[in-house]
Design a protein around this ligand. Structure first.
Ligand code: CAA
Length: 382
């Protein structure tokens, strides 16, 4: 295994770091407090190739590999988690499935605008009554004689839903077939029959917009079916495998920002006549934070590397996401604790890192689902 990065990977990391530190981090507090979508910053990410990192150049992307994606995501998340959420949905959840299962016309029509950051994409799997148990979806797609489908139903917790132009939608086309009865569709939110519902008031990643959506006799043309009928669940799972590498990277970025702030603080803050970084209880926390951060990064790079070899990477992605999200929660918790009152204050970003870290244990498969995936892979039992 090669622990070095290529010149191109380092260049993209550098671009992401510069934008994150110069544009995103200074505006993060404003967008978090206001709960405002950072459209201008997102356009800037798009202009710099960060909205379609693994998308081939012929479809408007940067044409880079999964390792480059990890490096860039970590930098953006270290600037602000909410920006990296929007970035991850465009890159992983939206573009990945279309690149893998879409027709040439679908790639040209849907991927380019999203990869260039001119439009925002979303992914609609979850419903009000089905989250982890994704096959229990009720949203119904009924096939018509001409090959089109009529969709009716609700989807919830749609990241970027309030601003998305295009959505990858999963709906039950043959309810008797369970997982094999789910089909994937490409939706244009400007079309009749698409409605937006309530916006979710969230604990963290508040600058990323999340809402319910509803389909009322929404017609999907035959050419907008993604993959074959009944293949939707497998498409969704494959896309989530890739998405989980992105969320692991996001968790690492949040954790790194909290860790770096803590390193500065323990050198400056004095108590009992000494810098608090000289106390053994603080030193133990610093050492454990660093070990968890490095372990999470190495596991995430491994998952990205396996993905880049065109091998199945479900297990590696689940291991990376589980490790990184739990590390981020623990590290941001310790960072708040070490900062004491300042950690609890909105005058410093520590409390935001802590709030933002929590979502990484929940979305794109909870920690419980990651454990289930890992245990099934390890034992072969179901
Ligand atoms: N890749 C390809 N195919 C896969 C797969 C994968 N990773 N995982 C499962 N499949 C296939 C199986 O092989 C099986 O195929 P066959 O019918 O040919 O045998 C089929 O899919 C059904 O699989 P399971 O029987 O394992 O399905 P299950 O009902 O037991 O569910 C699960 C498995 C892992 C629990 C899955 O439902 C899951 O991952 N749930 C979590 C859903 C999730 O992550 N939701 C996140 C919502 S999106 C989001 O959060 C976005 C956001 O806001 C940013």
């Amino acid at each position: 295994m090669d622990f070095g990065f290529t010149e191109e990977q380092l260049m993209l990391q550098d671009v992401a770091r510069r934008i994150a530190q110069e544009k995103i981090a200074p505006s993060a507090e404003h967008f978090d407090r206001a709960g405002e979508f950072p459209l201008e910053n997102i356009r800037l990410l798009g202009e710099n190739g960060l909205m379609g990192i693994e998308v081939p150049e012929e479809y408007g992307g940067a044409g880079m590999d999964p390792i480059a994606y990890v490096l860039a995501m970590v930098e953006i998340a270290a600037g602000d988690a909410a920006h990296s959420t929007i970035m991850s949905v465009n890159n992983s959840l939206f573009c990945n499935g279309i690149l893998k299962s879409g027709t040439e016309a679908q790639k040209q029509k849907y991927v380019r605008a999203i990869a260039e950051g001119r439009e925002i994409g979303a992914f609609a799997l979850t419903e009000p009554q089905s989250g982890s148990d994704a096959t229990a979806m009720r949203c119904r797609a009924v096939k018509q004689a001409d090959g089109s489908y009529v969709v009716n139903g609700k989807k919830s917790w749609i990241t970027s839903g309030p601003v998305a132009k295009y959505i990858v939608l999963f709906a039950m086309s043959e309810p008797d077939k369970g997982a094999r009865g789910i089909t994937a569709f490409l939706v244009d939110t400007a079309n009749p029959g698409f409605h937006r519902g309530k916006t979710e008031p969230k604990l963290g990643i508040r600058a990323s917009a999340t809402c319910e959506i509803e389909f009322q006799d929404y017609v999907v043309a035959a050419e907008d079916v993604l993959g074959a009928e009944g293949e939707g669940f497998k498409i969704a799972m494959g896309v989530l495998d890739a998405g989980r590498i992105g969320i692991a990277s996001q968790a690492i970025g949040i954790a790194r920002a909290a860790y770096e702030a803590t390193l500065e603080y323990v050198k400056e803050r004095k108590a009992f006549g000494a810098a608090i970084g000289t106390f053994q209880m603080t030193q133990a926390k610093i050492a454990d934070m660093k070990c968890k951060l490095d372990a999470a990064l190495l596991l995430t790079l491994r998952a990205a590397w396996v993905k880049g070899q065109d091998q199945r990477f479900s297990n590696e992605a689940a291991i990376a996401k589980l490790t990184a999200s739990e590390a981020a929660m623990w590290i941001t918790h310790q960072a708040v604790q070490i900062h004491g009152g300042m950690g609890y204050s909105k005058e410093m970003p520590l409390e935001r890192y802590f709030r933002d870290a929590k979502i990484t244990e929940i979305y794109e498969g909870t920690s419980e689902i990651q454990r289930l995936v890992i245990a099934r892979n390890e034992t072969g039992l179901r």
